[in-house]
Design a binder for this molecule. Structure first.
Ligand code: SAH
Length: 342
């Protein structure tokens, strides 16, 4: 019989399993704390659990293996972690150090099937979804390795979190659990290319997590030319869903916009962004696109990004420009993983 991935179980599920094993319920909480707070990656590290019970646990459950294969450290402290999963697949995560604390950017899938033209994660398509446990363990391993507490999380690594929605929800429940790392929902940001029904579903859950929407073009026509998902959902539907999210959660939505020279950084784009977002509780985050050598996209110049940002601010759209961290170890989103694969 296939062993159960114990790191993915909620406390209630773990309690049920322990009761089935004729063990007292409180054991479940002890084990849960070992897994999610003390970050034990082996049953034998659970020293307040008897050897006999640990052996029985090993028969029924497994702790999925995820190991640090490599680590690239930037001068600014940003660290890229390359992880090897149990089945040999490779994913990457990034630790970013800010004055207010450490943030980790995690992957939600191995590869991605969304097909955005400027994104490296999608070049080989989707290999598989990550289990909620593998999403958690990226953070657990980084916290352990860096010996510093992780304060916030962004789901902006490889993959589309809303294309792996159940694992994503499970992940949120566990990372936010008071007997786990207890990372506050307000410190978690999920980024999506715009899978509209899932935006509504998440809004209705009334959680306090932040939503980032990958906009990248302000008209459907232009968006379709760089993001295939635009063929499925129009900007009108997306902005409506984001407004609903903002209204339900009282959280401002961030729109991400990667500036690609002469593709989406013209005067006309400024006008169209303004029309699109003028009356939303929104904020636009301008990102200098990371060049992807497989595609022919070049980032807009620093001066041009500043002008673009000022023009939007003058039009009443709140704007920030994303600082480029770790540019000396760069190999933009999803690019490192490919290098390790071949
Ligand atoms: N699939 C989700 C989350 C992963 S991508 C999404 O689409 O939002 C995280 C962010 O990185 C997205 O905004 C994505 O559009 C952006 N991104 C992808 N490739 C990029 C590149 N080459 N340069 C800058 N940003 C990029």
């Amino acid at each position: 019989m296939e062993k159960i991935d114990i790191t993915m179980l909620s406390l209630e599920e773990l309690e049920e399993a322990l009761i089935d094993m004729k063990e007292p319920k409180f054991r479940a909480k002890q084990i849960f704390i070992w897994l999610h707070q003390k970050l034990a990656d082996d049953f034998d590290k659970m020293t307040n659990i008897s050897k006999e019970l640990r052996e029985r646990l090993k028969e029924k459950f497994k702790i999925r293996k995820i190991e640090i294969l490599d680590k690239l450290i930037s001068e600014d402290g940003t660290t890229k972690y390359i992880f090897k999963l149990e089945d040999g697949l490779i994913i990457e995560s990034v630790l970013m150090k800010y004055s207010y604390g450490n943030a980790v950017c995690i992957s939600s899938q191995v590869g991605c099937r969304m097909g955005c033209k400027f994104c490296a994660s999608t070049l080989d398509g989707l290999e598989r979804n990550l289990f909620a446990s593998e999403m958690l363990m990226q953070i657990y391993k980084i916290q352990e390795d860096s010996k510093e507490r992780v304060r916030s999380i962004v789901l902006m690594g490889s993959g589309e979190p809303f294309d792996n929605f159940d694992n994503f929800l499970k992940f949120i429940e566990l990372i936010n659990h008071k007997d786990g790392l207890n990372i506050g929902q307000r410190h978690i940001t999920v980024s999506t290319c715009g899978i509209v029904p899932k935006i509504y579903e998440l809004a209705d859950k009334q959680m306090q997590i932040n939503l980032a929407l990958s906009l990248h073009a302000p008209t459907d026509e232009k968006r379709k030319s760089i993001m295939p998902i635009a063929n499925k959902y129009s900007l009108k539907e997306i902005v409506q869903a984001c407004k609903y999210f903002a209204q339900k959660t009282k959280r401002r939505v961030t729109y991400e916009y990667a500036l690609i020279s002469s593709v989406n950084d013209t005067k006309e784009d400024i006008e169209n962004i303004t029309k699109l977002l003028k009356h939303s509780l929104a904020h636009i985050n301008l990102i200098p696109v990371n060049d992807v050598k497989e595609r022919n996209y070049i980032k807009s110049s620093k001066e041009h990004i500043r002008e673009f940002s000022n023009a939007l601010s003058n039009n009443g759209i709140e704007t920030t420009v994303r600082r480029e961290l770790g540019s000396d170890i760069n190999a933009a989103c999803g690019q490192l993983r490919r290098r390790y694969k071949y």
